[in-house]
Design a protein around this ligand. Sequence first.
Ligand code: MG
Length: 275
Amino acid sequence: MALISVLCFSQMPQMPTKAQQEAYKKFLGLYDSLTAMQKVMFFTEVKHIMDPEVKVIQPGATDNAAPSDAIVLFDGSDLNKEWEESYYRFGGAPVVKSPVTWIIKDGAMMSTSSSGSLQTKRHFEDFQLHIEWKTPSVITGEGQGRGNSGVIIDGLYEVQILDSYNNRTYRNGQAGAVYMQYAPLVNASRKPGEWQSYDIIFTAPRFKDSTSYFTPPRLTVFHNGVLVQNNVPVQGPTVFPGIPAYDVKQHGPGSILLQQHGNPVSFRNVWIREL
Ligand code: MG
């Protein structure tokens, strides 16, 4: 009997502190009517659904505004704090330059005709990114030559930016596409010259070995608040032309790159939450 008591006692979960007990009681109006045993069970059972308390943050004033736990990457002021310029080619080593040659106009940042792409100085793994972008109101070019840019995660995985309003091109190359891999679920484009938004949730890959994923990168994308990519498994780095899965190379956290594709696309209100 004594042995059973010792065993039972040794397996009992650790009791909450006095302060935790007082906090828990608030969530059960009938606490005082419980038996002694029920009170013990209440504390041990309820602890795992009460602790740890979910972290409290301050959401933005609007759903587009940065919450308190976000890193603001661009708020209309300084370009050089968070960004550097990268003369980037798929498959080639980028050449990084600072200060950047992109300009700020009317609170938005945009490349010049001689600029390279822009990339974050910080490296990120899993994240939620908010970014707003605008293609020129005066339409020039067609297909891939009209308002082309892109959010290239880790410098490898491109979420396409394009003026896809009445601008037919290949389906996995239009706005909201995981470029050359997944067409968007719908075309939620606004007219050229109007601000648009992406909210991107990225789960970084975990690697099995130097040339293959254990779990592939995952992308969820909202375009103007509309779900266009639903947790899709990315097949490999963006390549054009080619087959992505052939080019997988092990990597760690990386920059987020805004593609300079020869079209004057503007960006504003860029923030990110590390997950
Ligand atoms: Mg692009």
